[in-house]
Write a protein that binds this ligand. Structure first.
Ligand code: EPZ
Length: 433
């Protein structure tokens, strides 16, 4: 299994480029199913969630051509609904968008229950509520979700989301795009990737308004057409590098961002004493002479502080002077990374959804593992700040969502490398064959 090795305590300095947004890319990839034609999608990040998503599309009949490293032509003229392979779908969370897209285009879909990072339960009751509100019959059994519209197709309806959920908001938009009438989603999620998906679908002929607010209206249309579209930059990748700059007391110019998407992260970093300068499509993060000071952070749906920045911020709270709290407002158990940080010297107490960080930590390098995607990114940040060598295992989690993270960090002065370790265990050897 590959690992990342870092010799830390070096400030990151220079310019780093942000790639396309993972959580927008995976929604738009499956959204192409609705266009029944050829789309050219640009700025797709070169990460395993995207390659897995494209592989699922190919497995159901899409014809995909790679035009550049980050541009793909996707032809969904011929799609066989309900044919996505079980093992592929279970590799990632966003594969369940195939349900909304196939239901929206064909009136039927069948897909394995999705996989994804383990933060405790990852229910899909709100997705099912939305599909049923549009008249579909949904059955979950044997590890599959089977959704079928009535013979006269999906009919628009109003749906009030019991919780703010990105995935269900996206899935209901996908299913409603061609439903008869106007669907209204209330208490909708407002994340930038929902706005990006709506922009893509509208460019393909859909009629969606209100994306980015908590009330989204989708007026059903009869057909969508192929379109060229570029994915927005990844706000969580950008935020990760912003925190890495502060954690290493460096000076990073982070290019290809939408500063508005980063407002909650910039505000927290400034509250801690970092300096954040905004430009049209970039932010620059530097640190004053003073040590970073403690803060309280609460993760919330957008535009609140992103839950996907919880682990990265946890590392910074260890380094800041004073006692900080981090309250997780979205997932029931997003502090699994804390044990790994403790092995590097962190002093953190977790009680349910609240963690208390005793600051002033001087991290020492250790062998740690990436317990999930963003926790893995946090281990990299801790390793960059630590004295000595850090080895990070289970890095396949990191490769799901960070394009070329090792080379990007090397480019700004990090002593970091990716090591391929020949598999030793019988199990690994079996997997490798
Ligand atoms: C998306 O997950 C992201 N993944 C997650 O990012 C992110 O943490 C999350 O949104 C919140 O922003 C992708 O976009 C692929 P939710 P999703 O539905 O859609 C509850 C990353 O690191 N809920 O917004 O699965 C749920 O339990 C990943 O990039 C229900 O109760 O999240 C949670 O408490 C990790 N019923 C809350 O809503 C449902 O039917 C938010 O979940 C659905 C969700």
């Amino acid at each position: 299994m590959d690992k990342i090795v870092i010799n830390g305590a070096k400030p990151l300095c220079g310019k780093i480029e942000v790639s396309g947004m993972k959580n927008s890319a995976v929604a738009i990839i499956f959204g192409t199913i609705l266009t029944e034609g050829k789309c050219v999608i640009e700025n797709l990040p070169n990460i395993s969630d995207v390659t897995d998503g494209l592989e699922i599309l190919q497995s159901v009949g899409a014809v995909i051509r790679q035009l550049t490293k980050t541009t793909f032509e996707i032809d969904t003229t011929r799609i066989i609904p309900g044919s996505a392979p079980f093992d592929l779908v279970r590799k990632m969370r966003a594969s369940y968008y195939i349900l909304g897209a196939e239901l929206g285009r064909f009136g039927k879909s069948k897909s394995a229950y999705p996989g994804g990072c383990d933060f405790g339960g990852r229910p899909i009751d709100q997705h099912i509520k939305g599909f049923e509100a549009l008249g579909a019959n949904v059955v979950v059994e044997g590890g599959y979700i089977d959704a079928n519209a009535t013979p006269n197709g999906l009919v628009a309806n109003s749906v009030y989301m019991d919780v703010v959920t990105v995935g269900a908001t996206i899935n209901i938009i996908l299913a409603a795009v061609k439903a008869k009438g106007t669907t209204i989603i209330e208490n909708a999620a407002r994340e930038p990737h929902i706005v990006d998906l709506a922009s893509f679908l509208n460019a393909a002929g859909a009629s969606i308004s209100g994306a980015g607010t908590d009330v989204i209206k989708i007026k059903g249309v009869s057909k969508l057409h192929g379109v060229n579209y570029a994915i927005v930059p990844d706000m969580i990748e950008a935020g990760t590098y912003m925190i890495a700059a502060a954690a290493t007391r460096g000076d990073l110019y982070i290019h290809n961002v939408i500063p508005k998407h980063l407002e909650s992260i910039s505000a927290k970093l400034e509250e801690m004493g970092a300096i954040v300068e905004e430009f049209d499509d970039a932010v620059r993060v530097t640190c004053s002479e003073r040590p970073l000071t403690r803060v309280n952070v609460k993760t919330l749906p957008y535009p609140g502080f992103p839950t996907d920045m919880n682990p990265q911020m946890g590392v910074l709270l260890c380094l800041a002077k004073g006692t900080s709290t981090l309250s997780e407002g979205v997932w029931e158990n997003r502090f699994k990374y804390v044990d790994e940080l403790r092995s590097m010297g962190a002093n953190v107490n977790v009680d349910g959804r609240i963690a208390v960080f005793e600051g002033g930590t001087v991290f020492s390098g250790a062998v740690v593992k990436a317990v999930d995607l963003r926790a893995g990114a946090a281990m990299i940040i801790a390793g960059l700040a630590a004295h000595g060598k850090t080895e990070i295992e289970e890095i396949q989690h990191i490769q799901r969502g960070y394009e070329d993270i090792v080379s990007k960090l090397r480019g700004v002065g990090a002593d970091i490398k990716l090591i391929s370790v020949p598999s030793t265990s019988m199990i690994d050897a079996k997997k490798a064959n």
